[in-house]
Design a binder for this molecule. Structure first.
Ligand SMILES: Nc1ncnc2c1ncn2[C@@H]1O[C@H](COP(=O)(O)OP(=O)(O)O)[C@@H](O)[C@H]1O
Ligand SMILES: [Mg+2]
Length: 176
């Protein structure tokens, strides 16, 4: 399978015949996303559990999104680029989420306090993200950090998809 990208916890491959990606991941957040116990939201992708490769490495499938991944795009350029491919509303939302992630707060309670400050224009999205974050925290039982870096979001029909914006602390990387 052709490798599409990787991060600390996950390696993504192009599925040979479908339009999906196959993820091999040690990320407890992915595991929670595939549990069926998180609230449905258009801001977050559906993750489907396939099987366990080993005790730690679980295999999932997910829709194949267009991402900014690597290809020489720095974080700053990435943020600017994303703003041009999103609807104006989602570009504003993304900008606010980047500011929230720059506060470097650790833990979901701290994150919720920060995201409460985003503009009221996004009250629906804010409540969806808070509900999702709380469920994720309950499901993973981990300390989570919110990081809306360009390489952890995707765009679908000009809408923002937060496919990997919650990061677990104290989890060993894939290759350890
Ligand atoms: N659904 C997807 N569509 C396209 N690329 C993806 C998808 N999911 C992951 N990737 C690629 O794999 C990389 C690692 O996946 P990610 O979910 O960010 O894992 P990690 O938790 O290791 O950061 C992403 O940065 C991206 O390049
Ligand atoms: Mg990532």
């Amino acid at each position: 399978m052709k490798k599409l990208g990787s991060g600390t916890f996950t390696v993504a491959f192009k599925h040979p015949s479908s339009k999906k990606v196959i993820l091999k991941s040690v990320d407890p957040v992915k595991r929670a996303m595939a549990s069926g116990r998180l609230p449905k939201s258009d801001l977050f992708p559906e993750v489907v559990f396939i099987n366990k490769e080993t005790h730690r490495v679980h295999v999932y499938s997910m829709k194949h999104y267009k991402t900014l991944s690597s290809k020489g795009i720095g974080t700053f350029d990435g943020i600017e680029k994303l703003k041009t491919v999103l609807t104006p509303k989602h570009a504003r939302l993304y900008k606010e989420l980047v500011l929230v992630s720059e506060t470097n707060s650790e833990g979901i309670r701290e994150f919720i306090e920060e995201i409460r400050n985003i503009s009221n224009e996004f009250h629906t999205e804010r409540e969806e993200i808070i509900r999702y974050a709380k469920a994720l925290s309950k499901e993973t039982k981990r300390k989570l950090i919110f990081e809306a870096q360009p390489f952890n979001v995707a765009v679908e029909n000009k809408k923002l998809i937060l496919f990997d914006c919650f990061y677990p602390m104290n989890v060993a990387a894939y290759y350890n």
